[in-house]
Design a binder for this molecule. Structure first.
Ligand SMILES: NC(=O)c1ccc[n+]([C@@H]2O[C@H](COP(=O)([O-])OP(=O)(O)OC[C@H]3O[C@@H](n4cnc5c(N)ncnc54)[C@H](O)[C@@H]3O)[C@@H](O)[C@H]2O)c1
Length: 399
């Protein structure tokens, strides 16, 4: 077996746990060309105490409160970036300049300018590979949808209807980095629309040519300033100050927009953190001439499929349980049919594909690199221009 892959992680909260779990377990589920060594986890100096507990619990050999030092360590081969969006650029560029492969969380960056610099650094670092954790591509149902479209089973595609609805962003949720424009870049838009734009591009294999009709709305204008976050997405467990002080939320709570694809399909996208009752409802529906598919992450093991080539008396939505080893993407690695998998398995599967690509093998389904994620970032940017300038935006004008 080739030399083991030594991984360094920057960040150690929500995605820190998801990625640690992936690196820790990927070698158990998948037959890998290279083994993984979880070399070092890095975080801010203020998190030194947290790191001391986190590292042994999640399998890391060493800790660091200086990520630049960690990135420069000659023993490390791949730097995994799970920091807030405004930190991605510095983390990724430093790692690429040090000759490391980079696996960065989504969105590629908070802003298109940052993303462009990251892409330039990736192009310059010829020996380094880049990856972006658009993890929903690795839900077996989403990967199957991609395979069905590629095999022509949907025929010509007419409609794409995508929405990513969450409900944790009400007025009680404090002023986390996710509500600070300088750190997040945007709110529900970069957080959630990023995923469904990527999924729509990935499943259809097509690109957006125009964005129009965008609406950007901030409902909750002020949120409580906190001393430190509790590490949870909604700020549960955050350290509140004795005197309640409020600060301005500088991101959207929801963004909706329409789009046209190169091959003629039209699409709608909606992302919100205020869709009460929808906790993590990442949905996409694609309607083609020969068939349609529907996916809802809250039923992540299932893909709904309508085969329009059947005689009409037999047509109807079928619910495919995407867990059959040998038939469904990634199913061989896990359990017997209908012994379902969860959120964390998409990250385990992505870690496996990253290791395969680094060993010169093909991933089960395509992995997004910085160039690919930059296309999603351009669409995010175009939607904001469309919302603020109240006009259609041609993608050819967004560089
Ligand atoms: N793929 C997904 O499904 C998914 C889900 C959630 C978040 N994300 C993305 O993952 C990234 C991290 O999100 P999260 O939810 O884990 O955030 P989080 O707030 O839970 O964790 C961020 C971590 O980064 C550390 N950090 C902050 N600033 C730093 C700096 N300057 N240097 C070093 N470390 C720093 C924090 O201390 C913390 O450990 C974001 O880009 C987010 O968009 C992706």
């Amino acid at each position: 077996m080739a030399k083991s892959l030594q991984v360094g992680l920057i960040g150690s909260e929500f995605m820190g746990r998801a990625h640690s779990n992936a690196w820790m377990n990927v070698g158990s589920f998948f037959d890998l060309p290279r083994s993984v060594v979880m070399h070092t986890v890095a975080d801010l100096p203020g998190n030194a105490g947290h790191l001391k507990k986190f590292a042994p619990q999640w399998g890391w050999r060493n800790t660091s409160v200086n990520w630049r030092e960690m990135v420069a360590d000659p023993e490390i081969d791949l730097v995994d970036v799970v920091t807030p969006n405004h930190v991605h650029r510095d983390n990724a560029i430093a790692a690429l300049e040090a000759g490391k492969h980079v696996a960065c969380e989504k969105p590629l960056a908070g802003t298109l300018d940052d993303a462009r610099e990251m892409l330039a650094a990736a192009k310059k670092a010829k020996k380094c590979r880049t990856f972006v954790w658009y993890n929903y591509r690795r839900c077996p149902a989403v990967a199957l949808a991609h395979q069905l479209v590629k095999a022509g089973r949907l025929g010509r595609i007419f409609h794409i209807r995508a929405s990513y609805l969450q409900d944790w962003g009400g007025p009680e949720t404090p002023l986390l980095w996710r509500f600070q424009g300088k750190k997040a870049g945007s709110g529900a838009h970069g957080d959630l629309n990023a995923h469904i734009i990527d999924m729509a591009r990935f499943i259809t294999g097509d690109e957006i040519t125009e964005v129009t009709g965008a609406i950007e709305q901030t409902f909750i204008k002020e949120r409580e300033i906190i001393e430190s976050s509790g590490g949870e997405i909604s700020g549960k467990g955050a350290k509140r100050s004795a005197t309640k002080r409020m600060g301005r939320s500088t991101v959207d709570d929801c963004v909706l927009f329409l789009a046209r694809f190169r091959r003629g399909a039209v699409a709608s996208f909606e992302a919100t953190r205020l869709a009460t009752g929808n906790q993590n409802r990442n949905q996409i529906e694609i309607n083609g001439e020969k068939g349609s598919i529907k996916f809802d992450f809250e039923r992540m093991n299932e893909l709904s499929w309508w085969d329009n080539t059947l005689e009409s008396r037999l047509r109807g939505w079928s619910r495919i349980m995407c867990t059959n080893p040998g038939d469904h993407p990634y199913a061989d690695a896990y359990w017997p049919p209908a012994h379902i998998i969860g959120y964390e398995h998409c990250f385990v599967s992505q870690a496996s594909d990253i290791i395969k690509v680094l060993a010169g093998r093909k991933p089960v389904v395509p992995l997004p690199d910085f160039a690919d994620a930059y296309e999603t970032q351009r669409v995010l940017h175009a939607a904001i221009v469309s919302a603020r300038e109240k006009r259609p935006v041609k993608m050819s004008g967004v560089k």
